[in-house]
Write a protein that binds this ligand. Sequence first.
Ligand code: 13P
Length: 260
Amino acid sequence: MILAANWKMNKTAAEAASFVQGYAGGLSEWVVPTVLLVPFTTIPAVAEACSHTGIPKQRLAYGAQNFYYEAAGAFTGEVSADQLLEFGCRHVICGHSERRHVFGESDDLIGKKVRRAVDKDLVPIFCIGETLPERESGQLESVLTRQIEEGLSGVSATNLSKVVMAYEPVWAIGTGVVATPEQAEEAHAFVRKLLVSSFGASASRVPILYGGSVNAENAYTLMIRPGIDGALVGGASLKVESLLALHAACVKAAKEKGEA
Ligand code: 13P
């Protein structure tokens, strides 16, 4: 079980540092790792604040929401894997629906980022998910299949073990309309089947997170479901108390599933 917080374009460096202090101070146990996906400008402050918490890096990790796959060069406005690694980032989001739909990122570009991330030992949190019209017109499986095939093309079975998947139905992101546990479980099972058929049995260990309007009230009912291995949370991750409550819900589900 993993609890991942996607802050999107929120928080200054000072706000981020004080969040880390408050969150770490409020955590009573670390059995479920937390990953903070933070704005680039806050990474040094988050790194510094995390280093003072005494919580091991595997239990309180941080990373970025995006990066560019080239090593260096004339790519105005972009940030490389090495620039993230320099500040201790362990994770990076690839293919978030806002990158796909607001910034026009293609499956091909996302695939290049995923390959670069695993090559650099950054854990890609690789997001996939359908829009409402796609779901309503019966294209859920074909959309997920295309996103996975293109996003993971050229990734070896060994490197797949470094990937974290996130199923985020676009219609549930930031809308307050959360997928039902049944809908989420069904989509996760489909993703799992696809991964295992393409990469073999070891793909059964790749975590698949659910994202889209997860909050402290609905997290447990989703996380307790088989095949849902954690949450990727936007809005409800921005307040310390709310993320702590989400963490407690994940710990409860993980314990009941025998994972912690
Ligand atoms: P919300 O939790 O705000 O719906 O955002 C989900 C998301 O996009 C996480 O990556």
